[in-house]
Design a protein. Structure first.
Length: 340
């Protein structure tokens, strides 16, 4: 059949295909099993294929590209307006994807290589382990509090509780001492695993040119630089640093009308993990006077006089995002800004 554009709705086992020709006329609707996808696209002449950027989308995009097809990944939120009301099913989703991929102003997600997905998997695994370590540390502190041993919040203060397990003078029942010993052992094991992942990320940062370039920015270390390099392999998909920052979400949400500009809270759109890392780095910049003068000159100091430190950190994260895009697009190293 003559096919110009295909909308592919993917899942674990059942896939739906919606195909149209160059004039936009439907030429085929088909339901395929997972094992039939490769043979189906290998038998077609090269065409435009649209896929929602969801789980396994990058894998299927790489597989379909091998047969000469032009694959574009679309954020699911941008596909939703094209789904016809009252017709939410896999076939309707495939038709909506097919229509959305041909829109001239549509934004797409860059297809990640297997190597970049491996980088991001290290970040996801580290994030999971950090959450588990926080939960375990809170449990240790809470259990000790049940027997009158109180310490403040913070990961470092929990280490002092660990040493108390060897104190025979502490009145702890045998069962409680055993339970706390298991939790402390898990806490130490998590520390070791997180350290191994962070060591691997530091090694990647030294070997990856883009991550090494981004590490020259104040507030951006090996974890943030490798995450940025893996998530945004092609910075040219954004027209400017302002657009890249808006994609990450640390920009005010607009509700403007009648010629009046109304700015609200940040949109929190885009990749929440990258935004989280940038805000953490921006908080470190705000705390350090030398880093403040390097990033913003006197702008950050003037803002600190009017706003709370966290609000200033979000504004600095916005600025760091624009700096990141400029360096990724030009390949230039960071040049510190002179203090005002």
């Amino acid at each position: 059949m003559e096919v110009a554009t295909i909308g592919l709705d993917i899942s674990k086992h059942v896939f739906h295909v919606h195909a149209v020709d160059a004039q936009g006329q439907v030429t085929g609707r088909q339901r395929l099993r997972r094992g039939e996808i490769v043979s189906f696209f290998s038998s077609l002449s090269p065409c435009l294929v649209g896929i929602e950027a969801c789980a396994t989308a990058h894998y299927w995009a790489r597989e379909i590209q091998r047969f000469g097809h032009y694959v574009r990944l679309i954020p699911p939120a941008y596909v939703k307006p094209y789904v016809r009301r009252g017709a939410k099913n896999d076939a309707a989703d495939a038709a909506a994807i097919c229509e959305a991929v041909t829109h001239p102003d549509m934004r797409f997600v860059p297809i990640k290589s297997a190597e970049n997905q491996g980088f991001l998997m290290l970040h996801r695994a580290r994030g999971l382990l950090v959450r588990q370590r926080t939960m375990t540390a809170c449990a240790v502190r809470a259990h000790f509090a049940e027997f009158g041993v109180i310490v403040g919040q913070g990961r470092q203060r929990v280490d002092a509780l660990v040493d108390l397990l060897d104190d025979e003078g502490l009145a702890l029942p045998a069962n409680a001492r055993m339970a706390l010993g298991v939790l402390v052992s898990q806490l130490q094991d998590l520390d070791q695993k997180i350290g191994a992942i962070e060591h691997e990320l530091a090694q990647i940062q030294r070997e990856n040119p883009m991550a090494k370039l981004l590490s020259s920015i104040p507030g951006i270390g090996s974890i943030t630089s490798t995450a940025l390099a893996a998530t945004v392999p092609d910075p040219t998909i954004f027209r400017s640093g302002r657009e890249f920052a808006a994609w990450l979400g640390p920009t005010p949400k607009q509700n403007s009308t009648g010629g009046k500009d109304r700015l609200g809270r940040i949109t929190k759109q885009g990749d929440s993990y990258l935004r989280h890392l940038l805000v953490i780095g921006a908080r470190n910049v705000v705390r350090d006077p030398k880093a403040r003068s390097s990033v913003g000159g006197g702008w950050i100091e003037a803002l600190l006089e009017r706003r709370r430190p966290m609000i200033v950190a979000v504004a600095v994260a916005n600025k760091l995002a624009r700096i990141v895009w400029a360096m990724m697009a030009t390949g230039e190293f960071y040049r510190p800004k002179l203090a005002a």
